[in-house]
Design a protein around this ligand. Structure first.
Ligand SMILES: C[S@@+](CC[C@H](N)C(=O)[O-])C[C@H]1O[C@@H](n2cnc3c(N)ncnc32)[C@H](O)[C@@H]1O
Length: 222
């Protein structure tokens, strides 16, 4: 086989340094500076290879999206998706999700938080390592604007129960409908689980800060 007839090797896209935000741990993120042209910024914690975020950001060009992922290989896949689609409204950050929630995001700056298939830590003695717990609820209420929403999905029933319990106990959130335009964008893990017959458990909460509505549903009398 001569040189000319060999199939061309795919050339990896160079990563645009603007897609990845500096993993500076000392200062709060200035989301208004990162996304100057948009009002609403949504954050996904543990975004994996970005199968949800890249598609959702493409569907919503008027909003800004921040993906947080600690594994470099997955983060790079998300970066490449952003470049391939020419997304100027998507940025990624390689830091620990709980740290970002607690220390990087400023109060009242986020309009939606997405957490899909977080590590379930199935052994009971490891449950304290789960991302979605009481502290997560408090920090979510802090970073979200009033009316902002948290979208959660998992395949793991005990973790789903824990998610519902911690949010159900909070006076700062009410359960709200899970919109089909969000649910219809599936994640990589979700596609895999669903193909093996494992259903998605999903729930959404809205920051209300109306104490009487705790454990109720948005739009319904408490
Ligand atoms: C089970 S995967 C789900 C990925 C993606 N959300 C999906 O549904 O396809 C969990 C992801 O969260 C990331 N992750 C787990 N713990 C994390 C943490 N503390 N900080 C940042 N990322 C984390 C993992 O690296 C992994 O990519």
């Amino acid at each position: 086989m001569n040189h000319e007839s060999q199939p061309a090797e795919p050339v990896p896209l160079p990563i645009d340094p603007g897609v990845r935000l500096p993993a500076d741990i000392l200062s709060r993120l200035d989301l208004a500076a990162v996304f100057p042209a948009v009002r609403d910024v949504e954050v996904e914690l543990g975004s994996g290879d970005g199968s949800f975020l890249a598609e959702y950001a493409a569907l919503n060009p008027g909003r800004g999206f921040l993906g947080v992922e600690r594994l470099l290989g997955r983060l790079r896949k998300l970066e490449r998706k952003a470049l391939r689609r020419g997304l100027s409204n998507l940025r990624v950050l390689r830091l620990e999700a709980g740290y970002v929630l607690r220390w990087k995001l400023a109060s009242g700056t986020v309009s939606a938080l997405h957490v899909y298939f977080p590590d379930p830590w199935p052994k009971r003695r490891h449950w304290k390592r789960r991302l979605v717990n009481e502290a997560f609820v408090e920090e979510s209420a802090r970073i979200l604007r009033l009316g902002g929403r948290v979208f959660l999905r998992t395949d793991n029933e005990p973790y789903f129960t824990q998610m519902r319990e911690v949010f159900g106990r909070s006076a700062r959130f009410v359960e709200t409908d899970y919109p089909s335009e969000v649910a219809s964008v599936v994640t990589d893990f979700e596609r895999d689980f669903n193909s093996r017959g494992i259903p998605t458990l999903r729930v959404a909460y809205q920051r209300s800060d109306v104490p009487g509505l705790a454990n109720g549903r948005a739009g319904e009398p408490s």
